[in-house]
Design a binder for this molecule. Structure first.
Ligand code: ADP
Ligand code: MG
Ligand code: ZN
Length: 607
């Protein structure tokens, strides 16, 4: 990225240069300028000059003879030479040639000149350096005067050209379409002005992290070929009171000078939080001021000028309603997680940048990464490329890609992890338990891989299931099957070893979450029917559920969730008990191979 942060070059750097230059001037230049030169010559040369009648004045000082001779243009030149004590004829010789015995003091430069040189010159020098410094600073902060107090030393990133276009953004067609109107407007604001049409001043990109919101904003600037001012909301949260507001003012001032342009406020939720949570503490004044300034700037400037404000957030529900009313961020552009087709095209966009084996099919990778964001997909391609380099390959192979999917999902392989044979056995049974329960229920997603190689994320092994086609709906039957499959791991441990381990903690978390959602949000329990019992906040950040019911109901919810989980556990127990022989065979095989593919699994199962 070509972002140029507006930070200062260390001031000490300039001070250092100035000091060194001054020192050199003081040593070499000033003395020479202030004191006329005195040439030292040999005695015989002196005598010769006297004979030639060049010497005009002579005097004796500090056991040296100082004398002047007329130089070119009659200006006196100063000389000095040693004394030759035995030269008795010298006095007569000097008298003969009309040399005057007078004190010869090399004339100092006039007081005015010496004042100029030793005082004014350094001052002027410092002043010039200062000016230069200011100018270079100003350039960095994009025209603002860096010395003006209270001015924002905001990290405003200006990019003349972002270098990104809509081509870099795969999928997200709806978002692109909504934004292309803005691009058109920035191309030719007058066209809209003539029509009297007012374009929305701001558009808010909302969606989960890593879905390409920042990328989209840059692409808009790139498509419109206009400057791109970007600032992150977290940078507004400043130490000094009033600075945030100053930054906002500054940002909009700069932007209106450079119109048409795009102002992009990333993570706007940090400043745009609802203002009602003040209460007893009095709230966060600083943040409120910043927000108020933002609101008034948005109202204040003329939309026709061609400044478009984009903002991004993954927590739209906490934004202050004032930000969302017409005339401000009145347009909301959802940027959702990519579907199968979207994932495939994102993989393709990023695969263009790396060397891939020919005819490598990315579709299976897209299928295996349901729920992954654009950023994760970009990461998968990069991890695969890194792995290919590590393996000494010329191009990224399918194996690299598959391994990197697991790396991104579950972390790196923990090659060095020491796990005892007994524990390995338990893990193998656990994983086969999941796989068997899944395989024995009609309609489950097929098992594609089972492994007991531990990962850095803490997973000791896992079973991968990949849906054959993209699903957007979850049926009650799907949910129940998933629950049974998730309980399958622990169930296998119980059946074979007669005990339980902590290895199922992650399964338990997932089971509870799903069963709860069935009861409280999906209306899938007979007890409560279609009653909403829980709301959800931060939908884009994993979702935090909060109860919307009385305490008695809450207790009944817990009971109902428990009932569903118990019944899923029972289902798994039935399935595995009926397949004990397969369970042993498969677990033994997995223990030996550590990783088995879906095909191997199905083959043994079919025998
Ligand atoms: P967000 O701002 O929504 O959190 P970013 O725009 O910062 O996400 O995306 C991070 C990275 O993920 C991008 O730089 C890009 O490499 C990749 N990415 C995300 N979405 C897409 C997409 N739709 N097409 C191509 N690349 C994407
Ligand atoms: Mg972002
Ligand atoms: Zn498990």
């Amino acid at each position: 990225m070509k972002e140029q942060p507006s930070q200062r070059k260390p001031l000490i750097y300039y001070c250092g240069i100035v000091s060194i230059v001054m020192l050199l001037l003081n040593i070499f230049v000033f003395p020479a300028l202030l004191q006329p030169q005195v040439h030292e010559i040999s005695y015989d040369e002196f005598v010769k000059m006297v004979d030639e009648g060049k010497v005009t004045h002579v005097s004796y000082e500090d056991s040296m003879m100082l004398f002047t001779a007329s130089g070119d243009g009659g200006r006196p030149v100063f000389y000095k030479t040693g004394i030759w004590p035995w030269d008795d004829a010298l006095t007569q010789r000097l008298l003969d040639h009309g040399v005057r015995f007078e004190s010869v003091i090399p004339t100092q430069a006039s007081p005015l000149i010496s004042f100029l040189i030793s005082f004014i010159l350094p001052m002027a020098f410092f002043f010039l350096m200062g000016r230069l410094l200011m100018r270079s600073l100003n350039k960095r902060v994009g025209g603002a005067n860096a010395l003006q107090l209270g001015k924002a030393n905001a990290k405003i990133y200006i990019e003349a050209q972002t270098g990104k276009t809509f081509q870099d953004v795969a999928g997200q067609d709806e978002a692109k379409e909504a934004l292309s109107e803005i691009v058109d407007f920035l191309h030719d604001p007058d066209k809209y002005a003539r029509m009297g049409a007012r374009l929305p001043k701001g558009a808010l990109l909302v969606g989960p992290p890593g879905t390409g919101k920042t990328l989209l904003a840059k692409a808009v600037a790139g498509e419109a070929k206009v400057p791109f001012f970007s600032i992150s909301g977290s940078e507004f949260v400043e130490m000094f009171v009033g600075m945030g507001a100053a930054k906002v003012r500054d940002l909009f001032k700069q932007a209106s000078e450079k119109a048409p342009c795009i102002v992009f406020i990333d993570e706007i939720d940090t400043i745009g939080k609802r203002r009602d949570n003040g209460g007893i503490g009095g709230g966060n004044d600083e943040r409120e001021q910043t927000l108020n300034q933002l609101l008034s700037e948005m109202d204040g400037f003329d939309g026709k000028k061609g400044v478009v404000i984009l903002a991004a957030t993954n927590r739209p529900e906490i934004l202050d309603p004032a930000l969302l009313r017409p005339g401000r961020f009145d347009r909301r552009i959802p940027v959702e997680l990519p579907d199968l087709q979207g994932r495939l095209s994102i993989l393709k966009v990023h695969a263009r940048a790396v060397k891939m084996e020919e005819n490598l099919d990315l579709a299976p990778i897209a299928r295996a990464t349901s729920g992954a964001s654009g950023a994760e997909l970009a990461n998968i391609i990069n991890e695969a490329a890194l792995r290919a380099v590590k393996m000494g390959r010329r191009a990224v192979s399918r194996e690299d890609l598959e391994e990197s999917v697991e790396t991104v999902i579950a972390g790196y392989q923990r090659k060095g992890a020491v796990i005892s044979d007994q524990e390995k056995k338990i893990i193998a049974y656990h994983e086969i338990g999941h796989a068997l329960v899944a395989a024995r229920q009609k309609g489950s997603a097929p098992v594609t891989k089972i492994t007991i190689i531990p990962r850095t994320s803490g997973a000791l092994g896992y079973t991968m299931q990949v849906e054959e086609d993209e699903r957007v709906l979850l049926t009650r039957e799907d949910a129940l099957r998933t629950l049974a499959t998730l309980t399958g791991g622990r169930t296998a441990e119980e059946l074979v070893f007669g005990s339980a381990t902590s290895g199922a903690a992650n399964d338990i978390e997932k089971i509870t979450k799903l069963a709860r959602a069935m009861v409280t949000r999906y209306g899938m329990s007979s007890q409560f029917d279609m009653m909403a019992l829980e709301g959800e906040s931060s939908r884009y950040l994993g979702g935090d559920a909060y109860l919307q019911c009385s305490a008695e109901t809450a207790a009944r919810i817990d009971e109902e969730v428990n009932r569903i989980i118990k019944s899923a556990h029972e289902t798994a127990r039935e399935i595995l008990s009926a397949n004990m022989e397969k369970l042993h065979r498969l677990a033994g095989y997995l223990l030996e191979k550590e990783t088995i593919t879906g095909e191997e699994f199905m083959e043994i199962l079919a025998q």
